[in-house]
Design a protein around this ligand. Structure first.
Ligand code: 6PG
Length: 494
């Protein structure tokens, strides 16, 4: 159904209009179009707008029967067609295009109106925009939306930031269109200003780690067993019935069993092995460095993509760098598959544990007060990293909201502990046989590092003091000290 825009004279002062739409979407490429349809299918009257009217018209032509749309050609009419406080969802490319749309909208908005950026914005931009709009009396909500095109249409996971006040009227609408798990919406208020986009960024970082770990498991099974893509696909399908059950494992099973129509080869074998990215993983790693949080799984995954795309370096190395390793000849097939499964699960828990540490550190730094258990809860459905074991993470934070390390929760100590020997066999085997497993290996190294009673960091402190008088603390008493290395080696309080 199509409603005509109310109060539609161009340039109409916003305050004089009487709109009927409960929510508006501007930016009608695939994601925006599907979000608008999702709102409409859930009974909301949706104002729609796009820079070029053709996309607006085609949405109405193709899907006008799914609900009530109010199409507008101009920004003025679009804003005028909305109920107050107006809620406008922007779904355009992150960066300059988002600023351009905000600048166009703002003159027509009035105090209390809510602007939602549902794109993959970098959270410092969101903080900046929130500040600027707050000064004008507007609410700016940076919201993570995950689930790709299908999620946008059928129910995404939604991570809105901004003011708690804006969530009072916006929240119920977003919760209605989000995915649900056990009747619980995969949407909740995350925290002030950039919190929503920050959490979405970490979601994507974890997504990178999860994908890399799955790719390494595939490679291990391929090289260890000499198995075909289709056979490995069946192993993943089997894994998807247990603890590893997740969207990414499910689609991996599907992709591996897909055959290229043109060549008859396994599809995965005809795809160029250079992984790309749009940048959210890189932002996550950059922020991990800024906060000093060791998100090694996400970092290795991001660098593994970079290595795959390092074409000149790979060309120079292939056939030149010697492996001095025997091919892997696994004798006990079932035991090996189980080892890979356990190592994958353990490495995955490390990646999530690190990601949740990053959320905790940012929450502390920016004063966001993010509830990590709630984040795990809204990631159970709709999003790319949706997985059965997110329930376990929510339960862990319910047991202890201040849990300092997810890996140390009683459930995960058991679940990961059961697989540690398998994990060691796999990482050692991969090293012996020359199979690159950066994410599996670094996750095990993190596990051993974080559980070590004493780390060689003591030596680093001693070295720093030796060459730069950077000082050190002692294990046996308080204070900061410096040793006069080039003089009499006496110790001075610093
Ligand atoms: C989601 C995804 C999505 C992301 C793509 C591509 O949650 O729906 O995270 O937001 O943009 O997965 O990411 P890369 O191109 O960086 O791999």
């Amino acid at each position: 159904m199509v409603d005509s825009a109310a109060g539609s004279s161009a340039g109409n002062a916003a305050g004089t209009s009487v709109g009927t739409a409960q929510i508006g979407v501007t930016g009608l490429a695939v994601m925006g179009r599907n979000l608008a349809r999702n709102f409409a299918r859930n009974g909301f009257t949706v104002a729609i707008h796009n820079r070029s009217y053709a996309k607006t018209a085609s949405l109405v032509d193709d899907h006008g029967d799914e609900g009530t749309f109010v199409p507008s050609e101009s920004v003025a009419d679009f804003v005028a067609s909305l109920e107050r406080p107006r809620k406008v969802v922007i779904m355009v490319k992150a960066g300059a295009p988002t600023d351009a749309v905000i600048d166009e909208l703002v003159p027509y908005l009035e105090e209390g109106d809510i602007v939602v950026d549902a794109g993959n914005a970098h959270f410092p931009d969101t903080i900046r925009r929130e500040n600027a709009l707050r000064e004008k009396g507007l609410h700016f909500v940076g919201s993570g939306v995950s689930g790709g095109e299908e999620g946008a249409l059928l129910g995404p996971s939604i991570m809105p930031g901004g003011t708690a006040k804006s969530y009072e009227s916006l929240g119920p609408i977003l919760e209605k269109i989000s995915a649900t798990v056990d009747g619980v919406p995969c949407c909740t208020y995350v925290g002030p200003d950039g919190a929503g986009h920050f959490v979405k960024m970490v979601h994507n970082g974890i997504e990178y780690a999860d994908m890399q770990l799955i790719a390494e498991a595939y490679d291990l099974l391929k090289q260890g067993l000499g198995a075909s893509a289709a056979e490995i696909g069946q192993i993943f399908a089997e894994w998807n019935t247990g603890d590893l059950e997740s969207f990414l494992i499910e689609i991996t099973a599907d992709v591996l069993q897909h055959v290229d129509a043109e060549t008859g080869a396994a599809f995965v074998d005809i795809v160029l092995d250079q992984a790309e990215q749009k940048g959210t993983g890189r932002w996550t790693v950059q922020n991990g460095l800024d906060l000093g949080v060791p998100i090694t799984g996400i970092a290795e995954a991001t660098f593994a993509r970079a290595l795959s795309g390092s074409v000149p370096q790979r060309k120079a190395a292939v056939g030149t760098l010697q492996a001095h390793a025997e091919p892997w000849d696994v004798t006990d097939r079932d035991a090996f598959i189980e080892d890979v499964r356990l190592a994958l699960y353990a490495s995955k828990v490390v990646a999530y544990s690190q990601g949740f540490d990053q959320i905790a550190a940012a929450s502390e730094q920016f004063g966001w007060n993010i509830d990590r258990g709630a984040m795990a809860r809204i990631w159970r459905g709709g999003c790319i990293i949706r997985a059965r074991f997110l329930n376990r993470i929510t339960e862990a934070y319910e047991r202890d909201a201040q849990l300092p390390l997810l890996l140390a929760d009683e459930y995960f100590t058991g679940a990961v502990g059961n697989g540690v020997q398998a994990w060691r066999r796999i990482v050692a085997g991969a090293a012996l046989h020359g199979v690159p497993t950066p994410a599996f290996s670094s996750s095990l190294a993190y596990y051993d590092g974080v559980r070590a009673e004493r780390l060689p960091a003591a030596l680093i402190q001693a070295q720093r003091d030796f060459f730069g008088a950077h000082t050190y603390r002692r294990t046996d008493r308080d204070g900061t000290f410096h040793t006069e290395w080039s003089l009499d080696r006496s110790e001075q309080p610093a």
